[in-house]
Unconditional design. Structure first.
Length: 178
């Protein structure tokens, strides 16, 4: 069976972080359709680990109207395209002030493949050195803290960590440690 084909595409909205496009498509059976796609640059998520401690950030997530704990993660400003390891080191330094002697790739995640093109790389950061954060203006309410493995897992079970990327990254870490 042939894949879905794009017949036409138009940009509906754009800002510094994302683009929304609407595509006219042709399905495998030949019928027409419309698909809306949120295009965002690839991101990096970092699990900073120091022995049995893990570093998380907490910030207000506007779409949810809630403060949420998660692993440091993000995209480069201005939709720059950076190598995944470079982006991971940048996000770690920016959000937490931490620097890592070693960054190990744990895997890749698709954020919401039914509606977004965004993909992310997950890294384990070890050999941690502390320093000053370099947060962007939008991250001014962010703070960060160390937690034990047991605390992180309890926060996931208790609904304090609900970020799907952070939970999926944790699963990749557990698989890597088997």
């Amino acid at each position: 069976m042939d894949p879905i084909r794009t017949v036409a595409s138009r940009e509906i909205y754009r800002n510094s972080w994302m683009t929304l496009r609407e595509d006219d498509i042709r399905r495998p059976d030949g019928s027409p359709g419309i698909y809306s796609v949120v295009d965002k640059p690839d991101y990096a998520l970092v699990i900073p680990c120091d022995d049995d401690r893990f570093h998380l950030v907490e910030q207000f997530r506007y779409p949810l109207g809630l403060r949420r704990w998660e692993f440091p993660q993000g995209t480069a400003p201005g939709r720059q395209v950076l190598e995944p390891a470079e982006l991971a080191a940048r996000e770690l330094r920016e959000e937490t002030g931490l620097r890592a002697a070693s960054m190990t790739v744990l895997g890749q995640l698709d954020v919401a493949p039914g509606m977004s093109s965004q993909r992310g790389w997950v890294f384990l950061a070890t050999g941690i050195a502390e320093g000053e954060h370099e947060r962007e203006h939008e991250e001014q309410d962010m703070h960060s803290e160390w937690f034990t493995r047991a605390q992180v897992e309890q926060m996931m079970r208790g609904g304090e960590i609900t970020d799907a990327q952070s939970i999926a990254a944790w699963a990749l870490l557990m698989l890597a440690q088997q």
